[in-house]
Write a protein that binds this ligand. Structure first.
Ligand code: SF4
Length: 366
């Protein structure tokens, strides 16, 4: 494999980054620890999340669960409640399972090497490399979006970073660059450099210490690199929620597996092909549950909210129905619904879409 910039430049590359890093790095709490648990926690939280958004979540988790034992022993609902608002909830569930695996299979101690860390559920190459280098000073290079960008620009790599096959090429290069003496510092430096200097849009090339060696800058290709093929267009889903209210209780249900928001709470749901649902269909659904209308109709206007996820867009309609009496228990059990008062709803883990609806339209703090 040959690169526009040959690997003979790497001592200079590492030296330049290690010189840049102490003067520019942000002071973040997980950079003051060698505890693999705290490092792992921060890495899980920061995947697909910006530092500013993730920081309060990290502080909350490390305070609520100072060791992996506390996290492993926590109820899943509580973990999801702490995670609420961060999105990608499978990360929270995997994180919880991993904590339990560390306690049950490894006696509460994280495996002490990159290879060992890969045995943990939900720990992929990136996270294993981050923990192994930051906690144990192992010489394994991390590859995240920032690193891909820096390497593609710096060394003129034109492989599509969205294609899994490209990983090998970038990893091979990164492995030649990471110095044996300071692997942790180097990994931190290259990620931070991508996050604040060589940014996706408007990188600060003018004051860049790598400018004279940078392939993209020297060849006018900063905007073209890295090459990344477009993701498929997000599909739109239409969620019609039946919001059943009796006096001060609302009927909610825990979402099942194999779909978004597993383990979070929402309302009785009918998914349709369109944003419109005939009023009669709502009436039929209420009657099927044995419900009796307090007022003989669905409340107007039907509220609408949109929630955009990475691969899908949810268009939600909330059909609010006041009931004259509680729903009969057999129908509740069949539909998986449970009656909750406002204080209990507050404690439930919920998708942001639902918390927005509750606080905006029903005055329920969520
Ligand atoms: S010169 Fe610009 S594109 Fe090249 S490494 Fe520096 S910031 Fe990134």
């Amino acid at each position: 494999m040959t690169f526009p910039q040959t690997p003979s430049s790497h001592p200079w590359f590492a030296a330049a980054l290690l010189n840049w890093y102490p003067r520019h790095r942000r002071d973040l709490p997980w950079r003051h620890t060698r505890d693999p648990y705290a490092i792992w926690l921060s890495e899980v939280i920061l995947q697909q999340t910006r530092v500013k958004q993730g920081l309060p979540y990290y502080l909350n988790f490390i305070t609520s669960y100072p060791t992996v034992h506390e996290l492993a022993a926590a109820p899943q609902d509580e973990v999801l409640r702490h995670w609420q608002g961060l999105g990608y909830y499978s990360r929270a569930r995997n994180m919880h399972h991993t904590a339990q695996q560390v306690v049950q299979e490894f006696g509460g101690t994280f495996p002490g090497s990159y290879e060992g860390l890969l045995k943990l559920r939900g720990v992929g190459q990136y996270t294993a490399a981050a923990i192994a280098s930051f906690a144990y000073d192992e010489q394994v290079a991390v590859l995240d979006g920032n690193v891909y960008r820096v390497l593609a620009r710096m060394f003129g790599l034109t492989q599509d970073i969205a294609a899994p096959a490209s990983r090998k090429v970038f990893q091979q290069l990164a492995d030649t660059l990471i110095p044996a003496a300071q692997p942790a510092e180097f990994n931190q430096a290259i990620m931070e450099f991508g996050a604040i200097q060589c940014t996706p849009v408007k990188p600060d090339c003018l004051f860049c210490p790598l400018q004279s060696q940078c392939y993209a800058f020297q060849h006018g290709m900063v905007q073209e690199l890295p090459v990344k093929s477009k993701a498929k267009a997000a599909r739109t889903r239409y969620f019609h929620y039946l919001v059943l209210r009796h006096e001060d209780t609302l009927y909610m249900r825990k979402r099942g597996p194999k779909d978004i928001w597993e383990g979070l709470y929402d309302f009785a749901l009918h998914e349709a092909e369109t944003a419109e649902l005939p009023a009669q269909q709502v009436v039929d659904a209420v009657e099927l549950l044995g419900g009796r209308f307090a007022a003989n109709q669905v409340e107007e206007p039907v509220r609408s909210l949109r929630h955009v996820l990475s691969h899908q867009k949810v268009e939600a309609r909330f059909h609010l129905v006041q009931l004259a009496e509680p729903l009969p228990p057999p129908a509740l059990a069949k539909a998986g619904l449970v009656a909750y008062r406002a204080a209990a709803i507050e404690e439930l883990p919920k998708p942001v879409l639902i918390t927005n609806y509750l606080s905006k339209y029903l005055g329920v703090e969520a």
